[in-house]
Ligand binder design. Structure first.
Ligand SMILES: *[C@@H]1O[C@H](CO)[C@@H](O)[C@H](O)[C@H]1NC(C)=O
Ligand SMILES: *[C@@H]1O[C@H](CO)[C@@H](O)[C@H](O)[C@H]1NC(C)=O
Ligand SMILES: *[C@@H]1O[C@H](CO)[C@@H](O)[C@H](O)[C@H]1NC(C)=O
Ligand SMILES: *[C@@H]1O[C@H](CO)[C@@H](O)[C@H](O)[C@H]1NC(C)=O
Ligand SMILES: *[C@@H]1O[C@H](CO)[C@@H](O)[C@H](O)[C@H]1NC(C)=O
Ligand SMILES: *[C@@H]1O[C@H](CO)[C@@H](O)[C@H](O)[C@H]1NC(C)=O
Ligand SMILES: *[C@@H]1O[C@H](CO)[C@@H](O)[C@H](O)[C@H]1NC(C)=O
Length: 476
């Protein structure tokens, strides 16, 4: 604790000293006001111009912010692209990130960080069991590792955990994690770093999920920002044809910032023209949306890359040049972009079997995790730890009978990584609204969304035996 407050004081001092030089604080912290982000120093509205960044993808999952040679290679390329934010899906919280975080900072680039790892996340197959004190320790340790950097824009408590019609029951646990992180940040006296959720675009529960994560009287349990992964604009589309106009209506009353946490449909003949940039940063959308992040920086097997990486060489693809050109053509809206401070939080959707299976009584935090609020999360455990298989037996608040009575069965089913079940979304994740359907765009964007998630943080292939067990378990 002492060390931390010293670090804080030093950072403050350094910030003051730098304020005189021109390239000083290129990334003052970002704050949330109403449904928008603001630069805490200039007071200007902040729009995310970002890319999703996980070179190596799922097949060679590495922490890109812990490897100087990786960020030294990539940050100049990101700078050249003209962005101000990267989203990283998974890191190793036991590593030193100071070099890469500083490099990002010097180049005016913020970080949105997902706090999960493939083996430490809320499981779709046994959300109750996977929500435990070991898991929270790992999450809190990640918060400890990154909270000191002013250019951390926010944390995502989960990514596409709801990815179908039959995974809505996970929402209760993901929302509990949002609550726990927010309380932890307060308890540790960190800066008020926004905590959010990144949602898959599932027609059947898109609106319910948005409402659920931002509903209820407990402000700690409501998200501070909402990311939507949206592949509905394909090629030379338009505001209306893509469905963006419908999304504007859907989120117009939302009380916290909304942004595209993944976009960039690749169902195009050649390269992506990225004409959606013109819409996203226009006054047509700025009253509701705060920019977005293009999926994704490096070209992996799912073919969404802006660059091709070969060892130390980065080759900029046509998509990169197209996106760079769009960014340079399109500036942010003037003034405050018409953001709103008068929207209220949402009212909570009712539990409905087969439709929205998340009630509004969140599980209490596992009691063993309270200790971290007092003294921090302790030494980070890195990526090796598999928390999905450990249930907290001391947690009597969490009275999900089925999970406690069948705890051995359930623990064997939970090697599932919450981010690895993208197949499940292929049938469910159709992304267009009937009212604005352009069949080519919509039909493709559904397969898109699903095949894409494999590359993102879609990390571990589940052994067949576990799949079988999981299916049996879910039938019981
Ligand atoms: C995986 O990523 C690391 C770090 O970037 C790199 O050194 C290694 O060569 C990569 N391995 C493969 C098989 O691409
Ligand atoms: C400031 O900019 C100069 C020149 O671009 C660079 O050499 C230096 O490292 C930067 N310093 C900081 C603290 O960003
Ligand atoms: C959801 O349904 C799909 C398709 O029936 C199935 O493959 C998947 O295992 C189910 N997921 C859960 C968490 O039950
Ligand atoms: C991206 O990678 C995929 C898979 O390796 C490959 O098929 C594709 O040609 C690459 N795209 C480009 C533009 O190089
Ligand atoms: C990187 O590029 C250099 C210069 O074009 C080339 O000599 C080298 O072989 C390339 N390395 C890889 C791993 O492709
Ligand atoms: C916001 O909505 C909640 C429930 O939906 C309601 O109880 C509360 O009074 C509202 N607050 C304001 C300021 O309207
Ligand atoms: C709400 O959901 C949780 C988790 O599924 C469950 O433990 C709890 O019993 C439910 N509460 C109510 C009132 O239905």
């Amino acid at each position: 604790m002492l060390l931390r407050s010293l670090t804080g004081a030093l950072a403050l001092g350094a910030g003051l000293a730098q304020a005189a030089s021109s390239n000083s604080s290129s990334t003052p912290s970002i704050t949330v006001k109403g449904n928008a982000f603001f630069n805490s120093e200039s007071g200007e509205r902040f729009y995310i111009r970002g890319v999703d960044y996980q070179p190596g993808g799922s097949s060679n999952l590495t922490d890109p912010l812990a490897d100087s040679s990786v960020c030294d290679r990539d940050v100049p390329v990101l700078k050249d692209l003209g962005i101000n934010t990267v989203r990283v899906y998974t890191v190793d919280n036991s590593q030193d990130h100071s070099h890469c975080m500083k490099l990002l900072q010097e180049n005016g680039i913020y970080l949105i960080l997902d706090v999960n790892t493939p083996t430490s996340a809320i499981s779709r197959y046994d959300p109750s069991c996977s929500y435990n004190a070991d898991y929270l320790q790992n999450v809190f340790a990640t918060v400890d590792t990154f909270a000191e950097y002013d250019n951390v824009l926010g944390f995502f408590a989960g990514n596409e955990v709801i990815n179908s019609v039959n995974t809505t029951n996970t929402a209760t646990y993901v929302k509990a994690v949002v609550r726990d992180i927010k309380k932890y940040i307060k308890a540790r006296s960190y800066r008020q770093i926004p905590v959010g959720y990144s949602a898959a675009d599932i027609v059947a529960n898109r609106q319910l999920a948005a409402e659920y994560f931002n509903c209820g009287d407990d402000a700690d349990a409501r998200i501070d920002m909402f990311g939507v992964n949206d592949y509905s604009w394909c090629g030379e589309s338009s505001f209306v044809v893509s469905g963006y106009a419908t999304k504007m209506k859907l989120y117009q009353d939302y009380s916290v910032p909304v942004f595209l946490s993944e976009f960039g449909c690749n169902q195009v003949k050649t390269s992506r023209p990225f004409t959606e940039i013109g819409a996203i940063y226009s006054t047509e959308m700025s009253s509701v949306f705060s920019g977005g992040l293009v999926y994704e920086y490096s070209n992996e097997t799912n073919n969404y890359g802006l660059v091709q990486i070969n060892g130390d060489n980065v080759t900029k693809l046509t998509d990169f040049e197209n996106l760079k050109s769009e960014y340079s053509k399109v500036s942010d809206p003037q003034g405050d972009g018409g953001y709103s401070t008068s929207n209220n939080y949402s009212s909570c959707p009712d539990y409905e079997k087969g439709v929205w299976e998340a009630n509004n009584t969140l599980p209490a935090m596992p009691s063993a995790a309270s200790a971290y609020f007092k003294s921090g999360a302790g030494s980070p455990m890195g990526t090796g730890i598999a928390t999905q298989q450990s249930c907290d037996n001391d947690d009597d608040e969490d009275s999900d009978d089925s999970s406690s009575s069948s705890s051995s069965a359930s623990s064997s089913t939970t090697s599932e990584s919450s981010s690895s079940t993208s197949e499940a979304s292929s049938s469910a994740a159709s992304t267009s609204d009937a009212s604005v359907v352009k069949s080519a765009a919509s039909a493709t964007s559904s397969t898109q969304s699903s095949s894409k998630s494999k590359g993102a943080a879609g990390i571990i292939e589940i052994p067949l035996i576990f799949r079988a067990l999981a299916e049996i378990h879910n039938l019981i």
